[in-house]
Write a protein that binds this ligand. Structure first.
Ligand SMILES: Cc1ncc(COP(=O)(O)O)c(C=O)c1O
Length: 402
């Protein structure tokens, strides 16, 4: 991997905030120059709509937009570019599956299996359709070490289970789930599987063909790309059985006074003017990660998180909620008698950005028996020095708070 000093120079945020320790990468990541410049270039030089104009700048915009589809396809190992649908983010991607697939393939008495460590984005859309359709939802439990407890998975997946929708890497615990095993078990019983890759895709290699998942979703802004763009990958035969949930331009072939016919894949799910500059710039973010090498990133971030964990464990009264080995660069913790909000506020005064709260995972927090925790989530642009500095600032904060 390139040296970290050089990497940080690629991110203007760090030039403008040289003293800041940013450990909230699970919420959103910073953007390299190539992403920012790509957005600026689009608006400055060839701003035009896509898939419409036949003048040169419009053709360039369409070309750059569609090129991102190919880059995403290769990035996640998809066979077909038609399998890549652009959405506004992981949340919209899951909602598209719930409403575009679920509403047409699920009926009263059917069963959906989630896990106890899902982000609200992978719970609420299922609640929304479950009530109307009469579906049952179950949750794979978690063990004390923050891993999924799969001891009863064969009983949890029944002949009624039509879909398992599960997070790849927890945004709170960092736990990396054994999704390949779960996908295999689901398919043996005829259930489809959606993988929420919002937290995994920036940190580990993804190959949707090897995983054999039926759906895979992620957001651009968590992989160093812009906000407002996300991806839904799905197998072609599954997409062909889905219905669009938004109607308008772009998603149709023909419209008459009495009806319409659907456009081909993937555009039938991309109604209206899409987030053009965001999609175009997303490929720059992916190229940036690819140049660093996802396996290099994984190895380096692993070193960072181990250092953080080892040093955090020295703090008296600390409780780390994910003491397992198989995890990404995220740690959730609390310190006895200190509210997470107070610690986060004091750290903020020392120019350290971490998160506190329920992290959009209230059912997980309920299971752990807390209402809030601190969370650090790291990236390849963080350094070992920052970890040491962070620990010393936590110790200083505790002097103030205790
Ligand atoms: C695991 C997980 N899934 C889904 C989401 C939703 O992503 P977005 O808000 O970008 O749609 C998040 C965001 O934090 C997440 O961490």
């Amino acid at each position: 991997m390139k040296n970290i000093k050089k990497i940080r120079q690629d991110f203007p945020f760090f030039n403008h905030n040289p003293d800041m320790i940013y450990f909230d990468n699970a919420a959103t990541t910073h953007k390299p120059n190539s992403v920012i410049e790509s957005i600026s270039k689009y608006y400055s030089y060839y701003n035009s709509n896509v898939h419409r104009g036949i003048y040169k700048i419009a053709e360039k915009a369409t070309h750059e937009f569609e090129l991102t589809r190919d880059v995403v396809k290769d990035f996640i190992g998809s066979k077909n570019r038609e399998s890549i649908i652009f959405t506004s983010g992981a949340t919209e991607s899951i909602n598209l599956v719930a409403h575009g697939w679920g509403k047409h393939h699920l009926s009263s008495g059917d069963h959906i299996l989630l896990s106890q460590m899902e982000h609200h984005s992978n719970i609420v859309p299922w609640h929304m359709i479950a009530k109307n359709l009469g579906l049952n939802i179950d949750f794979i439990p978690i063990a004390d070490n923050g891993e999924l407890d799969l001891s009863h998975i064969d009983q949890l997946i029944t002949s009624k289970t039509k879909l398992i929708s599960i997070v790849h890497q927890s945004n709170v615990l960092g736990t990396i789930n054994p999704i390949k095993t779960i996908i295999k078990k689901a398919h043996e019983k005829g259930a489809l599987v959606l993988i929420d890759g919002a937290q995994s895709v920036a940190h580990q290699e993804i190959n949707v063909i090897d995983l054999d998942c039926d759906f895979f979703v992620f957001s651009g802004h968590k992989i160093y790309g812009p906000t407002g763009v996300g991806v839904l990958y799905s197998k072609l035969d599954v997409l062909n059985q889905m219905q669009p949930i938004v109607g308008g331009g772009e998603m149709i072939k023909e419209v008459t006074n009495t009806g319409f016919t659907l456009n081909h894949l993937p555009w039938r799910f991309e109604a209206g003017t899409p987030p053009i500059s965001e999609v175009i710039a997303l490929k720059e973010a992916i190229k940036y990660i690819q140049e660093l090498g996802v396996s290099n990133i994984f190895e380096y971030e692993n070193k960072l998180i181990k250092r953080a964990e080892n040093q955090l464990l020295d703090i008296k009264g600390i409780k780390i909620y994910s003491p397992n080995k198989n995890k990404g660069p995220t740690i959730a913790f609390n310190i006895d008698n200190i509210h997470s909000y107070d610690l986060t506020k004091v750290l903020d005064e020392m120019k350290v950005a971490i998160r506190s709260g329920h992290h959009c995972a209230q059912p997980l927090m309920d299971t752990i028996g807390i209402s809030s925790s601190n969370r650090i989530s790291l990236s390849f642009y963080n350094t070992l020095d920052e970890i040491d500095n962070f620990i010393s600032k936590i110790n200083k904060s505790l002097d103030i708070l205790i």
